[in-house]
Ligand binder design. Structure first.
Ligand SMILES: Cc1cc2nc3c(=O)[nH]c(=O)nc-3n(C[C@H](O)[C@H](O)[C@H](O)COP(=O)(O)OP(=O)(O)OC[C@H]3O[C@@H](n4cnc5c(N)ncnc54)[C@H](O)[C@@H]3O)c2cc1C
Length: 585
């Protein structure tokens, strides 16, 4: 009997699960699961859920996808003579959401991240159980420190020093820490020497902040960053300390905050531009106002795919122009719900293109950057609830979100120049303020905390920060405040060259990986194999955030279960069956 080949999957989050399902469902369907044995390495306790969807995280960490939008498909049952991989339900079926029963008018609900973690972990266990029983899978709960290629196979070195071997290696390691900025390095040194202050370079787990020795009802907590992680942290510092939000208007999720007396005296968020996120539309009906038609999506996809394949474009303009016609149709279709109705099509198109090209572009159709963040948040909530007419930027952001899946598919694995890909990703990142926005309720919580004089937005726009004996002094022209706790809620970017986890550093030192672009992730082929500096190809594959650049759109859970895992598993199948015939990789 031929020895089975050995696969190592490093990283047991959603992508590690998708990889496992993809390879074994395909091998079982072919009746040959026994040709491959797998070791899956996960640094944490519950594979499937991984770090982001950890089951034990507090209920204050929410998903930014509504239950309605969480269209994670089911896993089909597959069987061969001696192995059955059972069916596993879609997220909707598992969670009891029935689309036809959604009234479309009730506010969307947003699951907890731990709830999705339960789903992912159960889904993992249901396939792992049968694979383990058939002795095809071993799950090893340990961090992998290094991986090496010796021209024959991989050596995988775990944290306890154990060395494992594999013929195939796929890295599904998700978010990786990066080098600290100069500011953070200074703050770490300052924090080390001052016992009366506390610095958290990472907001998660949020419980660490809550158990800080210096957190008291008199504390001022500064939050670096004004995005989704900041909102989780804000909820932890309030609900997590016994406070309560009471609904005052169920139709708009308007709230007031009831203090517990244990929350900090002030929470002070700040960011480089002070711009708030815009919430997702309140319900399915409002969301549908911004929906492109199926034919618009097809035309958009075809247009940009052709240009991306040719690789001729020198900027993201081809995407901007293609999407602008959809935005124009949607904005005009809003009728009375659009903020300004007296514009010609030409003017609208030119504003859409100018704003997508240049974030500094200002126009009466757009929310002004100089507007106070509190007013902007109120305006965005009104637009998301349909009680205020939509500004053009709000409309662009929602259409962009609906077009993201087709955009990501059409420009991944393109022949575009690296700097153009970097600019496309930069544009998509900029629009995440709208497209990855939180639920309306999260923004209403921020407003309620402002009213309760706990959240203070005076320092939101790039304050001067210095360290004093008592803490971090945040100052604007008119105000100053000293925070005794600083939490960095800005998540590390997917910049390969700045990642400093042991596993990635080692890959770089071994010259096994190179970035698509200085600001991006690892260069890979369509089958997810990394492109080595010398152009050689080895059976080392990367799925997910680490490959940002080759792949556009890696940051959401739905993308983990898309085609990419299948492209990778088809490649594994081809390689291992070729190897059996004695040919080289
Ligand atoms: C705080 C946060 C909130 C998010 N919220 C959302 C959201 O609401 N909606 C959404 O769609 N997306 C969200 N995301 C994006 C998220 O990255 C994806 O949804 C998804 O988790 C990606 O899955 P992954 O398997 O690629 O990576 P991860 O989920 O990061 O999983 C990677 C796994 O690899 C393990 N690992 C890493 N290094 C090693 C090693 N050396 N050895 C062994 N194991 C290792 C980690 O422990 C982890 O379990 C969020 C991300 C973060 C960081």
């Amino acid at each position: 009997m031929i020895e089975p080949k050995k696969l190592a999957i490093v990283g047991g989050g959603p992508r590690g699960l998708a990889a496992l399902e993809s390879i074994y469902c395909s091998l079982v369907a072919k009746g040959i699961p026994n040709i491959l044995k797998t070791q899956l390495f996960e640094a944490r306790q519950l594979p499937g859920a991984g770090l982001v969807y950890d089951i034990s995280q507090p209920d204050t960490n929410w998903l930014n996808f509504s239950q309605r939008a969480l269209t994670l498909a089911k896993r089909d049952r597959v069987k061969c003579e001696f192995l059955v991989i059972p069916e596993f339900p879609s997220y909707h079926d598992w969670s009891g959401y029935i689309e036809s029963k959604d009234s479309c008018l009730l506010p969307d609900t947003f699951p907890l991240r731990s709830t999705l973690g339960k789903y992912l972990n159960e889904r993992f266990e249901s396939i792992a159980y049968v694979l383990k029983k058939a002795q095809l899978l071993e799950v090893i709960l340990i961090e992998v420190m290094e991986t090496e290629w010796n021209n024959e196979n991989f050596r995988i070195i775990a944290k306890d020093g154990t060395v494992y071997n594999a013929d195939e290696l796929v890295l599904t390691i998700g978010h990786q820490p990066t080098k600290h900025s100069e500011q953070m390095v200074q703050w770490i040194a300052y924090n080390r020497e001052n016992s009366s202050v506390d610095l958290f370079t990472d907001p998660y787990p949020v419980e660490r902040v809550l158990s800080s020795d210096v957190l008291t009802p008199g504390s001022v907590v500064a939050l670096r960053g004004f995005g989704l992680a900041m909102i989780d942290m804000m909820r932890a510092l309030t609900i997590g300390l016994g406070g309560k939000f009471r609904t005052t208007d169920a139709s708009t999720k308007e709230l007031t905050y009831v203090k517990s007396g244990r929350e900090p005296f002030r929470i002070i968020p700040f960011s480089l531009d002070g711009l708030p996120m815009s919430p997702k539309p309140l319900n399915s009906e409002i969301d549908h106002w911004f929906l492109p038609t199926e034919s618009e999506k097809v035309i958009f996809g075809n247009q940009i795919r052709t240009i991306a394949k040719e690789g001729e474009s020198s900027s993201p303009l081809f995407i901007i122009e293609a999407i602008s016609t959809i935005i124009l149709r949607v904005y005009k279709g809003l009728g009375d719900k659009a903020a300004i109705k007296t514009c010609s099509d030409d003017e609208l198109i030119s504003v859409i293109i100018a704003w997508l090209n240049n974030s500094d572009f200002e126009h009466r159709l757009l929310i002004a950057k100089s507007d106070l963040p509190l007013d902007v948040m109120k305006a965005f909530i009104g637009m998301a609830c349909g009680t205020k007419s939509a500004s053009l930027d709000f409309c662009i952001g929602q259409v962009w979100r609906h077009c993201q899946p087709i955009l990501y598919k059409s420009v991944s694995f393109s022949n575009l120049k690296d700097n153009v890909i970097a600019d496309i990703i930069g544009l998509d990142e900029r629009l995440k303020r709208y497209s990855y926005g939180p639920p309306v309720e999260s923004l209403q919580q921020l407003l309620a905390l402002v009213d309760a004089e706990i959240l203070d937005l005076k320092f939101i726009d790039n304050p001067n920060i210095s360290t004093t004996k008592k803490g971090w002094k945040l100052a604007t022209n008119n105000d100053k405040i000293v925070a005794n706790i600083m939490v960095n809620s800005v998540l590390d970017p997917a910049k390969l060259l700045e990642m400093n986890s042991s596993i990635v550093r080692h890959l770089l030192e071994e010259s096994l990986v190179k970035p698509v672009h200085g600001k991006l992730g690892i260069k890979t082929k369509k089958n997810a194999c990394v492109q080595l500096a010398k152009g050689e190809v080895i059976p080392l594959a990367v799925l997910g955030r680490l490959s940002k650049g080759t792949i556009v759109g890696v940051d959401a859970v739905l993308q983990c279960f898309e085609d990419r895992a299948n492209f990778w598993s088809n490649g594994v199948f081809e390689r291992i069956t070729n190897l059996k015939k004695g040919s080289k990789v």
